[in-house]
Ligand binder design. Structure first.
Ligand SMILES: [Zn+2]
Length: 240
């Protein structure tokens, strides 16, 4: 069984434009990611409240295939990109290949540039003895990025899980009953007939229906996203 140490941010003093903190939303994202790992058969250990030094020590002792640190970024309130940091940005590096796989899938939900970059200064990258993928998923000080991450958090987690499955060469498996976590607005439970549980030999008509349904769902989500964005913009105007 592949092993991943999940190390979400514990930076509780970094405020997120969506109203919580970097720690809050990274822990929530890890909660969802775990459920996908359970379904896909990826073994994990997880940090909740330890310092990153303690998490690295625990990870090194556990000896995972990948140490996965998940964070969000901040810069000037306008910057938007996603970046996965690794010690060696070369194809011979397992962390690099894993990050590239996650990147390929993330492009389905994140419309801005996604990079895999080399970094040798961050503690978790330097001091993990196993390959470390250090994910800066979005910018939490950019209201659009923060909103997208919160509203589509389940999708972000699912696509990360798909990236790991690709990297480990194992099939992706949908978890049973993954849906809304309390406080997480997302696409809702995966209803039967939405595609994931259809037989592979679906007829053309069935595929058309699934496609139409998913377009409806997508439009609903767009509407919800735009609504939230308008609300947030209004609030920002008020607080100016
Ligand atoms: Zn947040």
């Amino acid at each position: 069984m592949p092993k991943v140490y999940i190390s979400p941010s514990v930076q509780q003093f970094n405020p997120c434009e969506y109203g919580d903190t970097e720690k809050d939303h990274c822990q929530l994202y890890a909660d969802i990611l775990q459920r996908y790992f359970d379904a896909c058969g990826i073994e994990y250990k997880r940090n909740y409240n330890k310092t990153f030094q303690e998490a690295v020590a625990e990870s090194n002792e556990w000896n995972p295939d990948i140490h996965y640190a998940c964070h969000t970024n901040a810069y000037d309130g306008r910057t938007r990109y996603s970046v996965l940091l690794v010690y060696n940005a070369v194809m011979s590096s397992p962390a690099y290949r894993c990050a590239e796989d996650i990147k390929q899938f993330r492009a389905q939900v994140y419309p801005y540039p996604i990079y895999v970059n080399q970094n040798r200064s961050l503690y978790e990258i330097r001091y993990t003895t196993n390959p470390c993928v250090y994910d800066e998923i979005v910018f939490h000080d950019n209201v659009d990025d923060a909103t997208l991450f919160h509203v589509r958090m389940q999708t972000f987690a699912e696509l990360t899980a798909r990236g790991f499955c690709e990297y480990f060469g194992i099939p992706f498996v949908f978890p049973q009953g993954v849906g809304l976590e309390p406080g997480v607005s997302d696409t809702g439970p995966l209803a039967p007939g939405m595609g994931f549980d259809m037989p592979i030999e679906a007829t053309c008509d069935e595929l058309k229906r699934i496609y139409a349904d998913s377009q409806d769902e997508l439009n609903n989500m767009r509407e919800k996203y735009n609504m939230l964005r308008r609300d947030i913009n209004r609030l920002l105007e008020l607080y100016k």
